[in-house]
Design a protein around this ligand. Structure first.
Ligand SMILES: [Zn+2]
Length: 77
């Protein structure tokens, strides 16, 4: 898979931390499967995984969480 932004380089799979900011709450999800471009260093998170982020952040916001750090748990079957 080529870099989507620079159009060069290759992405290699890594587990990265994704930060989501929503309504004043900051949610850090560790161990998210992602690809890092070896040319520009841009990180790509799988679309299916990216779709899960808002609901997770929403849940934290409802609970009144300011900063939440959690491990990514795959919910894709
Ligand atoms: Zn790139």
């Amino acid at each position: 898979m080529k870099g989507l932004i620079c159009g060069h380089g290759k992405t290699c799979p890594v587990a990265s931390a994704v930060t989501v900011e929503l309504g004043g709450a900051t949610l850090v999800v560790k161990g998210v499967p992602a690809g890092i471009c070896d040319n520009c260093g841009e990180a790509y998170v799988d679309e299916e995984i990216a779709r899960q982020r808002p609901s997770t952040a929403d849940e934290a916001q409802k609970a009144g969480v300011q900063v939440d750090v959690r491990e990514f748990v795959a919910t894709i079957s």
